[in-house]
Design a protein around this ligand. Structure first.
Ligand SMILES: Cc1cc2nc3c(=O)[nH]c(=O)nc-3n(C[C@H](O)[C@H](O)[C@H](O)COP(=O)(O)O)c2cc1C
Length: 367
């Protein structure tokens, strides 16, 4: 069985820890040496994902303070593996006592129980917890700074929560100021008044002891044309392999995605043009910046579908694994009625790690 908490070839991240263990963390191997890392900028990205800010997210409050154990000296990467540890400070394991015996529908409890022969840590979701995405955010925040210095910018918005949709991302060019604003927001949306409508849907789900899912749309601008490769080494494969590592992500699409299936070629093709500076651009971007698995130089645009949080406090049907009979389950603990806004910085972070890996794989990271 492959070790599945390690991702990457030239830039390799390894994520460890359990939700209710002493700490979670990440080792990032393959970073270029001598890159200044701004700690405040890193903390700001991690704070966007951290729980407990308002009623739309879990009341588990945790500061998510990263400690650098190696790979940094005087605020610069040394080139040695960078190890970041985040202590778990706010755990209430008693809430999870019954889940080893009675698995939550929609969560990893049952398949993980079989896979690990009942040895897995089920407290707080263990190694499957959304808590582990703090590590991805830490790694992404480091990579993002390295990319920004080379003119590559990343931002995302909550494109949908339940039936409420945000305004569409402008295109084919995505303004850098918009990406910057979105990448600093806790609830990133483009349209006016959309956040309030989305919050109302989340609150309604919370009051009904239920949860709601949604879509995050993310753009990466400034990637040069020509990166990636055909067939199995394509940019879509690289990005989706890390995006599907985000818990609760059930779909990934690039550019027009599934929508392309109902378009005509004349609608879906992106005509070429020569920009004022002589660069080859396209007048639309249905391709989402990728053709033949290779970047076109246009913004790379993808969407992830985030399912509704599995842990809901309504009574649900389940089974008692010890006596193998049907039973009812009431999930305790602190859970988000909607994880979509918190998934936005995680998607951006995954994109940052993937984009840096893409540059390194192609020998295209400028000094
Ligand atoms: C930021 C974030 C927070 C999450 N918080 C919760 C949570 O509070 N309760 C829960 O049941 N699932 C939560 N999840 C999702 C589960 O970890 C995930 O659904 C579970 O591991 C099963 O994996 P799968 O949904 O990818 O199949 C969260 C995911 C993310 C990205």
């Amino acid at each position: 069985m492959a070790a599945s908490s390690v991702w990457g070839t030239n830039l390799r991240i390894s994520i460890f820890g359990e939700s209710h263990g002493p700490a979670v963390g990440v080792v990032i191997d393959g970073l270029p040496a001598g890159e200044p890392i701004d700690r405040d900028a890193l903390l700001a990205q991690m704070a966007r994902r951290a729980p407990g800010r308002d009623k739309s997210s879990t009341p588990r409050k945790e500061a998510d303070t990263p400690e650098f154990l190696s790979g940094m000296l005087n605020g610069r990467t040394t080139g040695a593996p960078l190890c970041i540890v985040i202590q778990n400070t706010n755990t209430r394991s008693g809430d999870y006592a019954n889940l080893m015996q009675v698995p939550r529908p929609g969560h990893s409890d049952y398949p993980a129980y079989i896979h690990y022969h009942g040895c897995n840590d089920v407290r707080g979701g263990g190694h499957f917890s959304g808590r582990l995405t703090s590590c991805l955010c830490a790694a992404g925040a480091v990579c993002r700074q390295i990319l920004e210095r080379r003119g590559i910018h990343i931002g995302s918005h909550v494109a949908a929560v339940g039936p409420v949709r945000d305004a569409v991302l402008p295109g084919p060019e995505v303004p850098q100021e918009l990406l910057h604003r979105l990448s600093e927001a806790y609830f990133p949306v483009i349209g006016e008044g959309v956040e309030e409508q989305m919050r109302a849907v989340i609150e309604e789900a919370r009051m009904a002891r239920d949860s709601v899912g949604g879509i995050v749309e993310c753009a990466v601008t400034g990637l040069p044309a020509g990166l990636g490769g055909p067939l199995f080494g394509g940019v879509e494969s690289l990005f989706s392999s890390i995006l599907f590592g985000i818990p609760a992500v059930k779909g990934v699409e690039f550019g027009e995605g599934f929508g392309a299936a109902s378009l005509r070629g004349s609608e879906n093709n992106d005509p070429y043009t020569v920009a004022e500076n002589g660069e080859i651009r396209t007048v639309s971007n249905h391709a989402g910046g990728i053709l033949g698995g290779i970047t076109t130089g246009m913004p790379l645009v993808f969407r992830i579908a985030v399912k509704p949080t599995a842990s809901i406090s309504q009574k649900q049907r389940s089974v008692d694994l010890q006596i193998r009979s049907e039973t009812e389950l009431e999930v305790h603990g602190r859970h988000d009625p909607c994880i979509v806004p918190r998934a936005a910085p995680v998607a951006e972070s995954a994109a940052a790690v993937a984009a840096l890996e893409l540059l390194l794989l192609n020998g295209a990271l400028r000094p």
